[in-house]
Design a protein around this ligand. Structure first.
Ligand code: ATP
Ligand code: MG
Length: 187
């Protein structure tokens, strides 16, 4: 099984690229952000707790997303692998993922990082806010908190995966098609 991680700051275009990649390589796309938003829409207790954090630009607890990933791995069949989007986002999550895969004698295949500068994050998310109506896209303060959270908690993963020889980076500033073709080349 292949285990790809789609990495990058908020608004980098992970969700946009994931659909095309998953289809072409017969992968199950798992977005922790989408799974959490589904919990929020369904009004579950988990969703209510998650919403408070998400709408403040903070991360939900590691155990919550780790559980979501583990249950996907256990139940999804008939795919050539998984495309993880928005997970892992902390060093603890990265270590938990390694342990989980190790139990099945599997490992992370590669990390595809879509990189854009902070200034572009604002532009992208503001454009999306109009179309998708996400509460966490609605204010500049929340977006700034997510950028800060990314730098503090998620960016250290770059060194983690570089040290393991898994890290590949593409320039996320180009058109959707250009970024997609660059990712296809790597895969
Ligand atoms: P992109 O636009 O590139 O798809 P994003 O950061 O804007 O990414 P999501 O990945 O959908 O959006 O995540 C939305 C929110 O859900 C995050 O800000 C965070 O609060 C929560 N979340 C998602 N994944 C995780 C995770 N692995 N750990 C903790 N919290 C998470
Ligand atoms: Mg997303």
């Amino acid at each position: 099984m292949k285990y790809y991680i789609l990495f990058g700051p908020p608004g980098a275009g992970k969700g946009t690229q994931a659909a095309a990649i998953a289809e072409k390589f017969h992968l199950c796309h798992v977005s922790t952000g989408e799974l959490l938003r589904a919990e929020i829409s369904a009004g579950t207790e988990l969703g209510q707790r998650a919403a408070a954090l998400i709408n403040d630009g903070k991360l939900v607890p590691d155990e919550v997303v780790e559980g979501m990933i583990a249950s996907r791995f256990a139940t999804v069949k008939d795919v050539d692998g998984f495309l993880l989007d928005g997970f892992p986002r902390t060093l603890q999550q990265a270590e938990a993922l390694d342990e989980l895969l190790d139990e099945d004698a599997e490992m992370v295949t590669a990390v595809i990082s879509i990189m854009i500068p902070d200034t572009m994050i604002f532009e992208r998310i503001r454009g999306r806010a109009v179309k998708e109506g996400r509460a966490d896209d609605a204010s500049a303060a929340i977006i700034q908190n997510r950028i800060d959270t990314y730098h503090a908690q998620t960016e250290p993963l770059i060194a983690y995966y570089k040290a393991r020889g898994k890290y590949r980076e593409v320039d996320g500033a180009g058109s959707i098609e250009k970024v997609r073709d660059e990712i296809f080349k790597i895969l």
